[in-house]
Design a protein around this ligand. Structure first.
Ligand code: DGL
Length: 269
């Protein structure tokens, strides 16, 4: 079992911000990455739709005989993990639940959260962090336009910059010690975000998440010991060329396969 692959998924290139930390910390693992570009943005979908989508992805990973699935997606971690956690025979690592304890332990008095509509409305970060540190004030802001900015590389687009500026400035009025980038796409925006707030105010949970996974795999004797280096496999549900060009900041993908897992949702668009 320990030499089986690890599945990693997100709606698109966002999960590569997590994947890039995983391969640094766990270079001996074999990875299968799935970017569900056909169904993005996840942040505007209902819980029922997200469960259907995530089930399709988990079934795909099950067919690939993975030992673990990394939910490198805050939205599905927040909305589907509780439903899916006992339904599969492999380890499941949801990003929100895996990093919140560590963030809470830093004893900040106030924390901002930027995330998708669905994550913000679930209050997942607020619930998880307050569980470990009830005294912290948490300010949540949905940023529904940001995933599209990243996927389409609109980093210099005037409207995009003014939307980012407005949301950062509004958040700063709360005087947060730190602001969590609670969507894996948002670290791609750090260059723009840091024009309006000091870069070190932003928490990219990816590194802390990778450390959590390393520790847990180790504790469960699940680290790969084969000594065989296998290249990661990449899959998307549509538009592989766009994925390849948008991926570059965190990981340069050059070979990718297109597959459709969730027939119903894929056929709707
Ligand atoms: N990047 C994902 C997240 O962390 C999903 C973004 C989306 O597709 O809306 O929430």
């Amino acid at each position: 079992m320990n030499n089986c692959p690890i599945g990693v998924f997100d709606s698109g290139v966002g999960g590569l911000s997590v994947f890039s930390e995983l391969i640094k910390l766990l270079p001996d693992e074999q990875y299968i990455y799935f970017g569900d570009t056909k169904n993005l943005p996840y942040g505007n979908k209902t819980k029922e739709q997200l469960i259907e989508i995530t089930t399709g992805i988990f079934d795909f990973f099950e067919s690939k005989r993975v030992k673990a699935v990394v939910m490198a997606c805050n939205t599905t971690s927040a909305l589907t993990y509780d439903y899916l956690k006992n339904k599969y025979n492999f380890k499941i690592y949801p990003i929100v639940q895996s990093v919140s304890k560590q963030i809470a332990m830093e004893n900040y008095s106030s924390i901002g959260v930027f995330a998708t509509n669905a994550t913000i409305h679930s209050h997942a970060y607020k619930k998880e962090i307050s569980y470990y540190n009830p005294d912290v004030n948490i300010f949540e802001t949905a940023c529904p336009k940001w995933v599209n900015i990243v996927e389409n590389r609109l980093f210099e687009d005037e409207e995009s910059i003014s939307n980012i500026k407005q949301l950062v400035e509004e958040m700063l009025l709360n005087n947060p010690n730190k602001i969590i980038l609670g969507c894996t796409h948002y670290p791609y925006l750090l260059n723009v975000l840091s024009r309006f707030a000091p870069e070190n105010i932003f928490i990219n949970p990816a590194k802390c998440f990778a450390e959590f996974i390393l520790k847990d795999l180790n504790n469960n004797h699940l680290l790969n010991t084969s000594g065989v280096k296998i290249q990661p496999e990449f899959y998307v549900s549509s538009n592989p060329a766009q994925f390849i060009s948008s991926s570059k900041l965190f990981y340069k993908v050059d070979k990718i396969k297109e597959i459709c897992l969730q027939k119903i949702l894929c056929n709707k668009t």
